[in-house]
Design a protein around this ligand. Structure first.
Ligand code: PLP
Length: 388
């Protein structure tokens, strides 16, 4: 039986119809003029979204490949890097660096806390000889729903005159949370197709600045598939070094069109507001959010502590039976939280649907939540903003 799915995991997101329709096309020659023109339009659109005049490189692949690419193109084995551990994805960035032979200094935060710019500044301040070559920053830690203050990190690096490269994972923040690559002078920013760009997974995007290109000239970490120079050379001739996922490019052009039509700032504002409405709804139910500090709560995903006695598998099944798909905790948070994704093409109807379905699923799983309270709390957030 057909049932509309409310896919409220923290990515992939639901895919809007204009994007689905754009992808429903026969294959074209990826070495022909039509693809070259499509590639050029996608690159121009992505520059607006990353807010950069640097290079945009596209790869078949997922976000994790992008993390590997950012490291392999700018560093050499033995280089010292500063990494964060505030959850699975920031930890992964540091792990990849270590596997490629970097010496990794890790700054940790408890699950649900952000690594503060001050904590990063303290490590960089002690690095008097500027041995730290790169700072690895996960803009939005999707595992816990924490956003990190990239501008604060840039300000700290400027205060110290520290020349480390800034490598940013924006997989779950691009087109969701304000990010201006050129303003914060990030050197590499990585993203992927399946989150704010509202596409299927399969396309990795690397935005590469001038200092990253300089670093790549002497970087010795091994690379072939992820080699930025090879891709840049091929893309400057309107092609890619390997067979591109062409359907995703058709979808990407439609996605860029939708983001342009709404206006990037409006898209970011909508995400902020939906996130606030979801959080207000969840708290009104008496649920406890994992992230306590309001200023760092994510616009993409909210992690909720599982109420005493409620198992994620039961809640997941009860929600699934109603057509609502929610995310679970990852690794060490597996049995203690669930996650609601509120990224991508969500407007008020979808937010009310997800909260209503979640209330019903909580009731079905025997949870003693204040059923009914979420909708009115969310409605009052929209009313206050004049968006009702
Ligand atoms: N970084 C962040 C912040 C993510 O949220 C994810 C995936 O959710 C990744 C990296 C890994 O991306 P992928 O699963 O596309 O490899």
């Amino acid at each position: 039986m057909y049932q509309r799915l409310y896919l409220q995991i923290p990515g992939p997101t639901n895919i809007p119809e204009p994007i689905l329709n754009a992808m429903h096309r026969p294959a074209i020659d990826h070495r022909g003029k039509e693809f070259t023109a499509l590639l050029g339009r996608c690159v121009e659109g992505l520059k607006e979204i990353f807010r950069t005049s640097g290079d945009i490189l596209l790869f078949p692949g997922s976000g994790t490949g992008g993390l590997e690419a950012a490291l392999a193109n700018t560093l050499s084995p033995g280089d010292r890097v500063l990494a964060l551990d505030a959850g699975v994805f920031s930890r992964r960035f540091g792990e990849i660096a270590g596997n490629f032979g970097a010496e990794v200094i890790t700054v940790r935060a408890e699950a649900g806390d952000a690594v503060s710019p001050e904590a990063i500044e303290a490590v960089l301040a002690a690095d008097k000889n500027f041995d730290i070559r790169a700072v690895l920053l996960t803009h939005n830690e999707t595992a816990t729903g924490v956003t990190m203050d990239l501008s604060g990190v840039r300000a700290a690096m400027d205060r110290l005159g520290h020349p480390a490269l800034m490598l940013v994972d924006a997989v779950s923040s691009l087109a969701i949370t304000p990010l201006d690559m050129d303003e914060i002078r990030a050197d590499v920013v990585i993203s992927a197709s399946q989150k704010g760009l509202m596409l299927h997974s399969g396309l990795m995007i690397a935005a590469v600045g001038k200092r990253a290109w300089e670093a790549s000239a002497s970087a010795k970490m091994p690379r072939w598939f992820w080699d930025f120079s090879r891709v840049k050379q091929s893309m400057s001739a309107g092609q890619m070094p390997y067979t591109p996922p062409v359907a995703l490019f058709f979808g990407l052009e439609a996605s860029i069109g939708m983001l342009r039509e709404e206006g990037l700032q409006n898209v970011l504002d909508r995400h902020a507001q939906n996130a606030e409405a979801v959080r207000a709804g969840l708290e009104a139910l008496g649920l406890e959010l994992l992230v306590r500090e309001k200023a760092v709560r994510s616009n993409a995903v909210t992690a909720v502590r599982l109420p005493e006695g409620l198992r994620f598998s039961d809640l997941h099944a009860a929600a699934g039976a109603k057509g609502l798909v929610i995310g679970g905790g990852l690794q060490d948070l597996k049995d203690s939280i669930f996650r609601i994704g509120h990224l991508g093409m969500l407007r008020q109807p979808e937010v009310f649907a997800l909260l209503g379905l979640l209330e019903a699923a909580l009731a079905d799983s025997g949870c003693n939540a204040k059923i009914g309270a979420a909708m009115s709390a969310a409605a009052s957030i929209y009313r206050q903003s004049g968006r009702s």
